[in-house]
Design a protein around this ligand. Structure first.
Ligand code: FAD
Length: 475
């Protein structure tokens, strides 16, 4: 009997648990799957954008995991993975109910997502700073509360300024912030308040529409359009100003202090700001059999776990084949990492440095879809190894598509969303020498149909991830 531990129950870990359970139940021998997770609910994070603008109640983006796991025979440990002893195949877990537990495994999949590193920027974040976030359910609820307080001022006739974007030069997840600012714009239009609110997009992207994925190109007949043109036109239409190529040094209760790639320092006054923090890995420590701390060997400097990628290449030399395919750790073949927890080989967007030496380099997003694909590949590879085979399931970001529907306004009749498809996510110049992507497979459309699809996706994913009948048919 093999024991598999999956740490984390987000898109990567939870989906991996479902896929693995399904793969192992076909085997004659019984195997044990245990999910260790800090929060014993699944959160459909994409809909937190709507929670943050009051379009959806927070209860509708979560479901409890225990009933699902009980039905599938998966064990749930409500706790925090703190240490891994890979030579002894053991982990140390702090239980949420109190106390500690050591668990043994034959295979370990780490899918613990990001640590929201608000501490990287002075004054950033809802707890110890002045800005809000939509990265977790409580943050999104708080963001909506403060947004309402801000527009109450506008209702009284005051002019207010709302800033949305990234709170650090190395932050990622620009897509979520883009959705938020567009939803705010449309909400203000509906409330008749748009002319009293100044909206500013503040981001570390090297160009508009970069989204941390080096933007995208779309072919229309014999013309090439870029995401930069698209977002430029959209922001013009929506009346959204922008400051890009920027790092946030500090936030106080009235101002955001930024520096851009030209080395210019600016101060931005604001009434309400939702700024995505930079991500680092969850603080998990690795120890060898002699008790030596080997975290630096197992992880990159931000703590993300090394897998089968080519690490250490400069941005200019990085190409598709350098991205991981199996999500297997190079030092311990029974350890895998998926979703945001795996260490990417480098950025997707062009990194920059100001003349003052400030790094402004968006980190590569590992979106929900990428997280699911990597979690699935890791789960199927573990199943192969249990069967005595070698890992054979791949989901490289340079070989898989990126599918994203960016909500701009929720609504059956008046909704709007940008539907983006790119193939592959990470440019692969070896395969597609001109653009690094297959432009016949890249598209971006703004319209009502995308809004319907985004709404449908919320319910489709909530249904699928509760392993309801037919869940395997939903990709
Ligand atoms: C507002 C917002 C909107 C987004 N919209 C989209 C979208 O429209 N489409 C899209 O594709 N992507 C979207 N994303 C990105 C997407 O949410 C992430 O890519 C995805 O959640 C990453 O999945 P993950 O499993 O790696 O991490 P997570 O979903 O963060 O899951 C991590 C899990 O690990 C648990 N955990 C953390 N630390 C520990 C520990 N030490 N021990 C045990 N458990 C631990 C957590 O409780 C959680 O269950 C959005 C992100 C945000 C913030």
């Amino acid at each position: 009997m093999a024991k598999v531990i999956i740490a984390g129950s987000g898109f990567a870990g939870h989906y991996a648990a479902l896929i693995l359970q399904n793969a192992l139940k076909k085997l004659k021998e019984d195997h044990e799957i245990t999910v260790v997770t800090r929060v014993d609910k699944f959160t459909y994070i994409p809909s937190l954008v709507w929670v943050g603008v009051g379009e959806m109640d927070v209860e509708r983006v979560q479901f409890p995991l225990k009933p699902v796991y009980d039905r599938l025979g998966i064990k749930l440990v409500h706790g925090i993975l703190e240490e891994v002893y890979p030579d002894n195949n053991r982990i140390g877990v702090e239980l949420i109910s109190g106390g500690r537990e050591e668990l043994s495994y034959d295979f370990l999949l780490i899918a613990t997502g990001p640590y929201l590193n608000f501490e990287a920027t002075e004054g950033l974040g809802p707890e110890k700073g002045y800005t809000t976030s939509i990265c977790s359910p409580p943050h999104a609820v708080d963001s909506y509360r403060r947004y309402v307080q801000t527009i109450e001022k506008a209702l009284k006739g005051e002019k207010v300024k709302i800033v949305v974007g990234t709170g650090h030069g190395t932050a990622t997840c620009q897509g979520a912030a883009f959705e938020y600012i567009c939803n705010i714009h449309n909400d203000l239009v509906d409330k008749g308040l748009r002319d009293r609110v100044e909206l500013l997009w503040l981001s570390n992207e090297p160009k508009l529409g970069d989204f941390g994925i080096d933007g995208l190109e779309i072919k229309r007949g014999n013309k090439i359009f870029t995401s930069e043109m698209m977002i430029d036109a959209l922001f013009y239409q929506y009346g959204i100003d922008y400051e890009i190529r920027s790092h946030v040094h500090k936030v106080d209760e009235n101002k955001i202090y930024i520096e851009n790639l030209d080395g210019e320092f600016k101060e931005i006054e604001y009434d309400f700001a939702m700024l995505i923090p930079p991500f680092k890995a969850q603080p998990i420590k690795f120890y060898d059999r002699d008790g030596n701390d080997i975290t630096d060997k197992m992880c990159n400097p931000a703590g993300f776990i090394k897998v089968d990628a080519n690490y250490g290449k400069p941005y200019e030399e990085l190409d598709g084949p350098d991205w991981p395919r199996y999500y297997q750790n190079p030092y311990y073949e029974n350890i895998f990492a998926a979703g945001i927890a795996f260490a990417p080989p480098g950025p997707l967007s062009k990194p920059g440095k100001s003349p003052n030496g400030t790094v402004i380099a968006p980190a590569p997003p590992r979106t929900g879809y990428t997280a699911e694909l990597s979690g699935k590949a890791a789960a199927l590879n573990i199943a192969e190894m249990i069967k005595g085979n070698k890992p054979s399931h791949t989901a490289s970001m340079a070989e898989t598509p990126g599918l994203c529907i960016a909500s701009m306004k929720n609504g059956i009749r008046s909704g709007e969303a940008t539907t983006i498809a790119i193939y592959p996510v990470a440019r692969n110049y070896k395969k597609y020498p001109e653009y690094g992507r297959d432009l016949d497979m890249c598209t971006a459309e703004i319209g009502l149909a995308g809004a319907w699809f985004k709404f449908f996706l919320h319910y489709a994913f909530m249904y699928k991830l509760q392993a309801n009948p037919g869940w395997k048919l939903i990709p």
